[in-house]
Design a binder for this molecule. Structure first.
Ligand code: G
Ligand code: G
Ligand code: NA
Ligand code: MN
Length: 250
């Protein structure tokens, strides 16, 4: 509750910041997008991670202001990256409660449309379950203005093939639960391979999250996985470090 009170102020006081984690396209051998992850420098607690405040923000409705802030900052940072010669799509995590919030949807669309920025929204399937009809309708609104929809944490939550069939998603992110032990497990590679095939059959590109080793990357490449994200490539990093990282890879 205390952290919740502080959060309202934190958004106004610029205590939040974004880090970016690159996704590498395996066949193209290049970074085509990044995921924005919010962090909070709390005046007394120091660095607070999203797992500690996103659930609070969802309860208190601060999630609306927080996410609009994240979208605005991502739009600004995308311009900075483009000026440095790096055209990347920035993906933002969108909490499930927001998919049924018409006011949020209107405000988010206005921000994105006015900026012309290339954004993506990451949503979990579990977040669609609350109110599938409005979630799917609103995701179609986002997709119609050029926002790429990615299904996040696939396989870890309440996955339903009925939703997979209806969501206007272009990317499917396999949860790191199946990836971090990919080369030492019997079942994980079977699950990952069949998920890749399923996503491709539905004309989605596949991102493997939590790639930590060369061996996992090599296996994912053989399996036809399109993109990888994980500590092997980079941890989430500040915009300046990201620019440096991208310049080095040129
Ligand atoms: O690195 P990391 O601890 O940042 O991510 C933890 C979790 O926090 C992830 O599940 C991620 O989706 C979530 N998260 C990070 N930034 C945001 C954000 O801006 N909005 C929402 N809703 N979730 C976020
Ligand atoms: O739920 P979401 O996928 O948005 O959360 C991303 C989380 O995964 C962040 O906390 C991020 O720091 C973490 N993460 C990113 N890459 C790796 C990785 O290679 N290994 C592990 N263990 N965690 C990772
Ligand atoms: Na995510
Ligand atoms: Mn994820």
């Amino acid at each position: 509750a205390e952290l919740g009170r502080d959060l309202t102020r934190a958004i106004e006081n610029e205590e939040l910041f974004l880090q970016y984690q690159p996704k590498v396209h395996l066949r193209r051998q290049e970074i085509t997008s990044v995921e924005a992850l919010v962090r909070w420098t709390h005046p007394t607690r120091g660095l607070v991670l999203p797992s500690d405040f996103i659930p609070i923000a969802e309860e208190s409705r601060d999630i609306v202001a927080l996410t609009l802030w994240t979208i605005r900052r991502s739009i600004q940072d995308q311009k900075i990256l483009a000026e440095q010669g790096h055209d990347l799509r920035i993906f933002i995590n969108i909490a499930g409660v927001l998919l049924a919030d018409e006011r949020f949807v209107r405000r988010a669309c206005a921000l994105v449309e006015n900026s012309g920025a290339q954004l993506g929204f990451e949503i979990t399937e579990t977040s669609v379950i609350r109110d599938p009809e409005s979630a799917i309708a609103n995701l179609k609104v986002f997709a119609a203005i050029g926002i790429v929809i990615a299904i996040d944490d696939y396989g870890a939550g309440l996955s339903s093939l009925a939703y997979l069939k209806q969501l206007p998603a272009r990317e499917l992110k396999i949860d790191k639960l199946f990836v971090t032990q990919l080369t030492s497990s019997n079942r994980d590679p079977l699950i990952v391979r069949s998920t890749i095939d399923l996503a491709h059959a539905l004309e989605m590109e596949v991102v493997a999250e939590g790639v930590e080793t060369q061996a996992a990357m090599a296996l994912l490449s053989v399996m036809g996985c399109d993109m990888i994200q994980g500590f092997l490539i980079s941890r989430p990093i500040n915009i300046d470090a990201l620019i440096h990282f991208l310049d080095e890879g040129k």
